[in-house]
Design a protein. Structure first.
Length: 374
């Protein structure tokens, strides 16, 4: 995807991955580039990094990333941008994107805005060698501003980089045309889910930090008193075999289902609308997009008080939270959720605060603030 820089508008070069393949950061950038407000006010262009084929081996991908960095340096196009909006996460993502931050700062007159995604940046820094920590601070210090996903991350970034003064909390959000409320009975009919089932749903990659095993363990206790409850896990990842074993070991085959991953958006909307409430038992999180998508369908959110989640679930009218890595605590709030009288209209009204239309307006202000900064 390429968009030409318009000389009559402030020029923003967005740097990061873009679908396919699908990923959290890539999807965020896809939504950003599609915002009419930003297209009208700025000249947006994309410099695509990351994988373009999910089947590319890690070895080949490293080579391709090096080539992409050299191509970036070789072109004069990047020097014409007024703002470089570099998207990154932690670990290899950060090291892969660091050259774009540093080179854009050193070799151009434009302003550099670093956008930190993901749940593990704090752990990434804390677990790094002191020299690596210095490098992280150096790279962040080359930016003119940093976007984080919640208020909580402001102090984290300031601890890492004392010179980073412009830090903007902008949450993730949802696309109103893709996630919206539909009749649960219609959704269940399309997915062949029994109407008399009390349905819990979680959506996310099957990796350790998503905490799926705690949901499975909590279900063993839940069905002792509520055998009408079933949990559906939508996603794919490296932990699928171990989750299957855990489900079998606890004789939960009739109560916990691995529903597969890589679902189209319209089907994901059906899954969310089919459930009674959404569960996200994560060990780490940033500001999970799926939380906003669930609320956009009027569904209460059951989760853990990690990352930016407590900044969003500020009332038990929207959801219930517990500590991470605690199946007993998760079971308790799920049981509380099963008997709670939820107001879906209140949840829908609150979710509207996190539409991408509103996020675009916040980004517009950040772009102007960065561009005007001396």
């Amino acid at each position: 995807m390429k968009k030409h820089l318009n000389e009559n508008k402030r020029r923003v070069l967005v740097i990061g991955p873009y679908p396919p393949p699908i990923g959290g950061v890539a999807t965020h950038i896809q939504h950003l580039m599609a915002q009419q407000l930003l297209q009208d006010r700025f000249s947006l262009a994309l410099y695509r990094t990351g994988k373009t084929d999910e089947n590319t081996s890690d070895f080949v991908q490293v080579f391709l990333e090096i080539v992409t960095i050299f191509k970036y340096l070789a072109t004069c196009r990047f020097r014409k941008a007024d703002i470089f909006h570099v998207h990154t996460a932690s670990r290899m993502s950060f090291f892969r994107n660091s050259p774009y931050i540093v080179f854009s700062s050193v070799f151009s007159k434009g302003k550099v805005l670093v956008h930190i995604h993901g749940a593990e940046f704090e752990d990434f820094y804390a677990q790094s060698h002191p020299w690596t920590q210095k490098f992280i601070a150096f790279v962040l210090g080359k930016s003119d501003g940093i976007v984080v996903t919640s208020e909580r991350w402001i102090d984290v970034i300031r601890h890492i980089c004392a010179s980073c003064s412009r830090i903007y909390p902008i949450p993730n959000g949802f696309i109103e045309s893709k996630f919206y409320a539909v009749d649960p009975a219609v959704a269940r009919k399309n997915l062949n889910i029994p109407e008399d089932t009390t349905m819990l749903l979680t959506i996310g990659c099957l990796e350790e930090y998503k905490g799926h095993k705690y949901l499975v363990e909590s279900m063993k206790k839940i069905i002792e008193t509520r055998n009408d409850v079933a949990a559906y896990i939508v996603g794919q990842g490296s932990l699928e075999p171990s989750l299957k074993r855990l489900i079998a070991q606890n004789n939960l085959e009739h109560y916990v289902s691995l529903a597969g991953g890589n679902k189209p958006v319209d089907e994901l909307n059906l899954w969310i609308n089919a459930c009674d409430f959404f569960v996200l038992p994560s060990v780490n999180e940033g500001n999970p997009t799926v939380m906003f998508e669930a609320m956009a369908c009027g569904k209460p959110f059951i989760g853990t008080n990690v990352g930016g989640i407590p900044d969003i679930i500020t009332s038990d009218a929207y959801g219930l939270l517990c500590n991470p890595r605690d199946a007993d605590a998760l079971q308790e709030i799920i049981m509380d959720g099963l008997v709670k009288d939820w107001n879906s209209e209140a949840i829908l009204a609150y979710a509207n605060e996190f539409s991408w239309e509103r996020i675009a307006r916040k980004l517009e202000q950040v772009y102007r603030d960065i561009a005007d900064a001396s």
